[in-house]
Design a binder for this molecule. Structure first.
Ligand code: AR6
Length: 172
């Protein structure tokens, strides 16, 4: 699978899937979650409320992923994942690994050819960006693609993109 590391706003990407760093309520928040909900419009919140009313009454567990349509976004689908919250004591890297793995699986189930990831858990949830880069790149590299041909990491600033780039070059 082709891997690209970019600086930018993930809401502008026209990949088939963009991944949202959500919380288990799925009902929105700050950071990239807030930006995705604003750009997608009210249809996204309605779709998330429907998930809560049907298959996910207790919310989405940490490390799991679920898909919705992308509504007003350029991306066709949003795969919402819940990263571990280090500031609340969720420091097991397996939980973070699971976010990337389950998001890739959800994208494959949709038949997506491209996927864009943010730095899940590297913001409010307090994970060290180096660890997020290491885990994220390892999971994408280990993924045996079906429909997926390209994965992007869309980082909000050049410093974070540099962390991902250095880790990518080290792993090559
Ligand atoms: N495009 C790409 N990356 C972004 C964007 C954007 N538009 N906006 C922010 N980032 P965070 P978390 C980066 O805090 O740590 C929310 O309130 C940001 O700079 O969004 O997983 C949820 O509802 C950082 O590098 O997600 C949860 O409650 C990265 O995205 C909680 O925050 C992740 O930061 C989840 O926390």
């Amino acid at each position: 699978m082709q891997i690209e590391i970019l600086t930018g706003d993930i809401t502008e990407r026209d990949t088939d899937v963009i991944v949202n760093a959500a919380n288990s309520s799925l009902l929105g928040g700050g950071g990239v979650d807030g930006a995705i909900h604003r750009a997608a419009g009210p249809g996204l919140l309605a779709a998330c409320r429907k998930l809560r009313a049907t298959t996910l009454p207790d919310g989405l567990p940490t490390g799991q992923s679920v898909a919705t349509e992308g509504f007003d976004l350029p991306a066709r689908w949003v795969v919402h994942t819940v990263g571990p919250n280090a500031t609340a004591g969720e420091t097991d890297p397996e939980l973070l690994r699971s976010c990337f793995r389950t998001a890739l699986t959800a994208a494959e189930e949709l038949g997506a050819r491209s996927i864009a990831f943010p730095a899940v858990s590297a913001g409010v949830y307090g994970w060290n960006p180096e660890t997020v880069a290491e885990v994220a790149l390892a999971e994408v590299a280990a993924h045996r693609p079906g429909s997926l041909e390209r994965a992007e990491f869309v980082l909000f600033n050049d410093r974070l993109a540099g962390v991902f780039r250095r880790r990518y070059e080290q792993a090559e």
